[in-house]
Design a protein around this ligand. Sequence first.
Ligand code: PLP
Length: 399
Amino acid sequence: MSLFAAVEMAPRDPILGLNEQFNADTNPKKVNLGVGVYYDENGKLPLLRCVAEAERQMLEAPKARGYLPIDGIAAYDLAVQGLVFGADSEVVKGKRVATVQALGGTGGLKIGADFLKRLNPSARVLISDPSWENHRALFTNAGFQVGTYAYYDAENRGIKAEAMLADLQEAKAGTVVVLHACCHNPTGYDLTPAQWTQVVEVVKARGLVPFLDMAYQGFGEGIAEDGAVIQQFLAAGLDFFVSTSFSKSFSLYGERVGALSVVCASSEEAGRVLSQLKIVIRTNYSNPPTHGAQVVATVLSTPALRSLWEEELAGMRTRIRAMREALVTELKAAGVEQDLSFVTRQKGMFSYSGLNATQMQRLRGEFGIYGVDSGRICVAALNPGNLKAVAAAMAAVIK
Ligand code: PLP
């Protein structure tokens, strides 16, 4: 008998499965809104000008590719800290943050999860209901029991803030709480600053361990605005985790550029935490790759490239907002009467459209418009060329 005779076929990733279905669809008017990717107004994945320029400069002075330190490029880690916490913040200046380069935001989450498992093997993890689908799998694979806290309020198109606080209030001390720092995936609904204040209070009072997932900094309101929640956790004097992803904000999906930062009580403690994070990395993939992080470090630390990046990021953010407004206008024009203001209240790339699974399946089958059965659509995949058709199809299945 073969060694692998008993291996079961794993279930298909639902979103990748949707992409395969999309690729096989022969409808010339098909639109893929199932993706978690920003496309420009021509429906293309952008290569940011700041990235192309940094790469040009890097090519002009080509370097051999030695192994990087286990925690990555030092200038990159510093640039991440500046972006996430503020270069002049007390925690960065006081060296209270342990930051390591990671393989995308997913890599940052996984390093954090493995470290937390060693630190407190019996802790539970709570994720939002619903959450990015990989959160549950990733923390489960790291050995945790994963539960949820209330989040999406389907009836009122928003967040069940009271129920969320009640769930956190009930959690045992040491429970790891995964929070979306901004641009909640998949719903698009973010907590208000006042609601964040309440979350911070409960987390502090109950002795929970906050793990902020920041995969979309700059896609919501702005770089500083989206990072404001970090300042609230700092002000509360908490120790916490932040995973960073540059996949979206630099359009560098395939380069796997991200980071994990752990805020500690002292620089001496941060040194010990860093040494443990390095063991997690060393025993998984030894050390990170060079190219993407070098691009990001170059852009963030070169003033002209940094302002170009901020301009390009603002362009992506503004285009997404404009598409939200335009979708509402087109849906109304197509005869949808219900209140659609929730679409423009949502932040980031995604919208929980309120459509149910049957309606999403009709969108696919009858109109070639692909979104996730949960009703999630990627607003960043809308453009002037497909907007009217999408709105007309959505209106047809809503009515
Ligand atoms: N966290 C959230 C909430 C996400 O939506 C994503 C990507 O879609 C990630 C993490 C992972 O980011 P990366 O592609 O950089 O691993």
